[in-house]
Design a protein around this ligand. Structure first.
Ligand SMILES: [Zn+2]
Length: 260
């Protein structure tokens, strides 16, 4: 048995965005309050963080179980996915719980330069690798976005496989092949770049994105799809009618079982 709790489900800027007057950012619904992206993974033996967002301080206060996660898998070097490292290292130091930050060499090289003082303090260590084992999964960092420095985490277990992709799915055959027949895909979803759907409302834009992902889910035979890393101009409450039972939106604090 293993479960995942979403600690943050926004894009890089959080929802609401500061001083934004859009329909989502002015909404009072809990679904529209989102911290920067990160997730907490609990197995029988370990607690793992998937990314460590700049909102880590608030996330740990809100959701901690009294245990400091000792492993962090980092999917991309941006501040939105690593900005909590200072707070985390301080926590590890004070709790005498040194932790391991695992990511591919290109990301670890950058983190080592930026956070050399944290490693020297002894609170955290960095490990550069593209694969690791977290029982019961073989975990690999997959570079599915050729023009991006983001990685996708693929978890292969004895009976099932799943992936954490906190970025939108690239429209490439090789990327799709990698995700085929997954039991669970947690994937980022954002509004299209400016210029597309310009004449439509946010709601129409959201529907088009969802319809696209529904079609993809069927094509790739992905059992369950969960959207995270939502931009502020996507509006989940209005599009629930377009979802199937195997597709849902993540929210901060939401907990799911993950396949093993
Ligand atoms: Zn907004």
């Amino acid at each position: 048995m293993a479960y995942l709790k979403f600690l943050g489900t926004s894009d890089a800027w959080g929802v609401p965005r500061l001083l934004c007057s859009c329909r989502v950012c002015t909404s009072h619904e809990a679904k529209n309050k989102r911290m920067r992206p990160s997730a907490f993974l609990q197995t029988d033996d370990e607690q793992i963080l998937l990314d460590i967002s700049p909102d880590f301080y608030q996330q740990f206060q809100a959701y901690n179980t009294g245990v400091v996660p000792r492993t962090v898998l980092v999917t991309q070097p941006q501040h939105s996915h690593t900005g909590g490292l200072n707070d985390y290292a301080d926590l590890c130091n004070r709790q005498h719980a040194p932790a391991l930050i695992i990511s591919p060499p290109d990301i670890i090289d950058g983190l080592r330069q930026q956070y050399a003082h944290l490693e020297a303090d002894g609170g955290i260590q960095f490990l550069a690798t593209r694969e690791t084992f977290i029982y019961p999964w073989h975990v690999t960092f997959q570079h599915v976005h050729p023009e991006s420095d983001a990685y996708t985490l693929l978890f292969h277990g004895p009976e099932a496989s799943w992936a954490y992709m906190p970025t939108p799915l690239p429209d490439l055959p090789e990327s799709r092949q990698l995700l085929r027949e997954l039991d669970l895909l947690i994937v980022g979803i954002s509004a299209p770049p400016s210029g597309q759907y310009q004449s439509h409302s946010n709601n129409v834009c959201t529907k088009k994105r969802i319809q696209h992902m529904l079609a993809l889910q069927q094509q790739l035979a992905i059992r369950t799809l969960i959207f995270t890393c939502l931009t502020h101009n996507l509006y989940p409450p209005d599009i629930n009618n377009y979802l199937s039972p195997t597709i849902r939106f993540a929210q901060d604090g939401m907990e799911i079982q993950v396949p093993v």
